[in-house]
Write a protein that binds this ligand. Structure first.
Ligand code: FMN
Length: 364
């Protein structure tokens, strides 16, 4: 099934493999797409993945979470992004941009020393920083930033947009009862915690209409005491579906829950696909395509997830860092398992020139 075409939005994807959003560290210091970044996406497109999702692109300077990340917070970025989409389209690829505001997980060092912004001032133990609770005006400014970034994504020729609603960044932090302690329009109960995501989707829709599919990556589980649970996140997904979201990618975890998003303890097939149960719950409750990410390395597991109907599409991040042409190898060389060992060497990007696989590399 993995290589069966998949009807999606107004097109057909050539297979059911998705490159999950993966920060590249290949934009320049100002966030413009470099030639190296464009070459990476050309390579991924040639490698045969049905849908490519870029690393998270910044919608507002107050949400910068990593250096040399793609930016899309003003019109100047559009030209270089258009070169990126043109390059992928020349390889017959389908390219989606992921839009993010880093919120509470943006280090002050990347914000000119300012504290990060969040729904509430809940201490973030990984960065060791207490964010500042956003004012109503700041929240609306962030909503508008997502809206205008969506318009730029359309102008730049992307085939789809994915909202980063997972992993503790701004949207996720509004959804989570752990990080959203407000008692106003933006928080207080499940319905009000949803308002930020809702206003973001509406703002984007009003900018792009139905010209481009809007997808979301969200936490099925914050993997944290007092955080979002699969039962509540399914309700969120249903609300998003009602708002016209075209697909949901199921993930989980945030900085302070430890390495639950990007796990290393994958010794065999049993540990792969670690959000599979949550994805299956989503599948039973929503009609839009469900994308599963997290620890999938072998073709057999991917096929089994699809065959049992636990997800519609299979997303990979680290395996494609190591082998951008893994889909071709699966299909044409009967390869069974990715070379990636989920060691998170690629996560040591602060000391690397770009995000890349360093397995077996003598790294000091
Ligand atoms: C180097 C690196 C960068 C990542 N950047 C992003 C990102 O920009 N946006 C996002 O939603 N997830 C990001 N992730 C998480 C992955 O998309 C994915 O959810 C996670 O790695 C689990 O999938 P995997 O086991 O296939 O790697 C990143 C992961 C890695 C290893």
């Amino acid at each position: 099934m993995l290589f069966d075409p998949f009807p999606f939005a107004k097109t057909t994807l050539k297979n059911r493999l998705v490159r999950s959003a993966t920060y590249e560290k290949r934009a320049d210091v100002d966030g413009f797409a470099t030639d190296s970044l464009i070459e990476l996406y050309e390579e991924l497109a040639r490698g045969g993945t049905g849908m490519l999702i870029t690393g998270n692109a910044l919608v507002h300077p107050s949400g910068r979470s990593v250096p040399e990340m793609l930016c899309i917070h003003n019109d100047h970025y559009v030209d270089r992004l258009k070169r990126l989409t043109d390059a992928v389209h020349r390889q017959d690829g389908f390219i989606v941009i992921q839009l993010v505001h880093g919120g509470r997980q943006s280090p002050p060092a990347l914000l000119g020393g300012e504290p990060p912004l969040a729904p509430s001032a809940v201490y973030e133990p990984f960065l060791k920083v207490t964010p500042r609770a956003m004012s109503d005006a700041e929240i609306w400014e962030a909503v508008e930033a997502f809206g205008s970034a969506a318009r730029r994504a359309l102008d730049a020729g992307f085939d789809g947009i994915q909202i980063h609603g997972a992993h503790g960044y701004l949207i996720s932090s509004f959804l989570s009862p752990h990080t959203n302690r407000r008692d106003d329009y933006w928080g207080g109960d499940e319905e009000r915690r949803f308002h930020f995501a809702e206003e973001v989707v509406k703002a984007m829709r009003s900018e792009v209409g139905d010209q481009i599919p809007l997808m979301i990556k969200m936490n099925a589980d914050d993997c944290l005491e007092g955080g979002l649970t699969p039962e509540e996140s399914v309700l969120v997904a249903k609300r998003l579906e009602y708002l016209g979201i075209s697909a949901v990618e199921v993930s989980g975890g945030m900085y302070e829950s430890g390495m639950k998003t990007i796990r290393t303890d994958i010794a065999g097939e049993e540990q792969e696909a670690y959000f599979r149960e949550a994805a299956a719950l989503f599948k039973r409750n929503v009609r839009v395509p469900v994308i599963l990410v997290g620890g999938i390395r072998s073709r057999a597991v991917a096929e089994d997830v699809l065959a049992r109907g636990d997800a519609d599409l299979i997303a990979l991040s680290r395996p494609l860092v190591r082998e951008p042409d893994l889909p071709l190898k699966f299909r044409e060389e009967d390869k069974e398992t990715a070379d990636c060992i989920s060691c998170n060497g690629c996560m040591r990007y602060p000391s690397l020139d770009v995000v890349r696989c360093i397995w077996l590399e003598d790294f000091n």
